[in-house]
Design a protein. Structure first.
Ligand code: ADP
Ligand code: MG
Ligand code: MG
Length: 199
């Protein structure tokens, strides 16, 4: 069973990974975006970690809804509302239970990913975070490690794609040949999940 402490560990590990990789994320956002993805997420997850430390929620659902709210209110870029929706929706699905099973978490995250796809209108192949989110959530029933590896593969697979959503889509065919920054940060999110699980 997964408790609030597990979900706080996940968010803290994500904040550390985003902080460590912020420059790389911003570099990826330079040729096909506006060079702010790393700083956007660093600001957002720093706020998430601070909020969780200040007033630690005691249910998994409350941890994720608080994290999602922080991302939405502190990140100006497209990624804020998208990751915010992912975590808020997943948290809402988990309800008020003190502990959730891995299967319940996988179902909740599926609803979260669906909410992201609905909000952003992206489908797999559009060269967005959805290209890493979809394979990760599909592998979650196997293991957290498998989900993290699927997310990393999904991010790498965005390189040859032509962007159809987000800023990169303004470049049309010139967006090909670059890895999507949001899919790359999604791989960090799932690597942090495997880390939190000790997987
Ligand atoms: P902005 O583009 O507003 O500067 P960020 O740089 O923080 O925001 O985030 C860019 C990332 O957001 C992209 O790499 C992509 O993965 C993701 N993204 C952008 N638009 C969409 C969308 N409509 N659906 C899904 N993901 C999107
Ligand atoms: Mg950007
Ligand atoms: Mg921006």
């Amino acid at each position: 069973m997964l408790d609030a402490e597990f979900f706080r560990r996940w968010m803290t590990a994500t904040a550390a990974a985003v902080d460590r990789e912020a420059e790389r994320l911003t570099e990826l956002d330079s040729p096909i975006g506006d060079a702010d993805h790393g700083s956007n997420l660093r600001r957002g997850f720093t706020a998430v970690a601070a909020a969780l430390e200040k007033d630690p929620p005691d249910t998994p659902g409350a941890v994720l809804t608080l994290a999602g709210r922080q991302l939405i209110s502190t990140v100006g870029g497209a990624s804020g509302p998208l990751y915010g929706t992912l975590l808020r929706r997943t948290g809402k699905e988990l309800g008020e239970a003190a502990e959730v099973s891995e299967a319940q978490f996988a179902d909740a995250l599926r609803a979260g990913v669906d909410a992201v796809a609905k909000l952003g209108g992206a489908v797999p192949g559009d060269k967005t975070m959805v290209d890493a989110l979809e394979p990760a959530v599909a592998e979650l029933a196997t293991s957290f490690r498998a989900a993290a590896e699927a997310a990393a593969r999904g991010a790498e697979a965005t390189v040859p794609l032509i962007a159809r959503k987000g800023r990169a889509s303004y470049l049309g065919e010139r967006s090909a040949g670059h890895q999507d920054p949001g899919a790359t940060s999604t791989a960090l999110l799932f690597a942090a999940l495997a880390e939190a699980a000790g997987d």
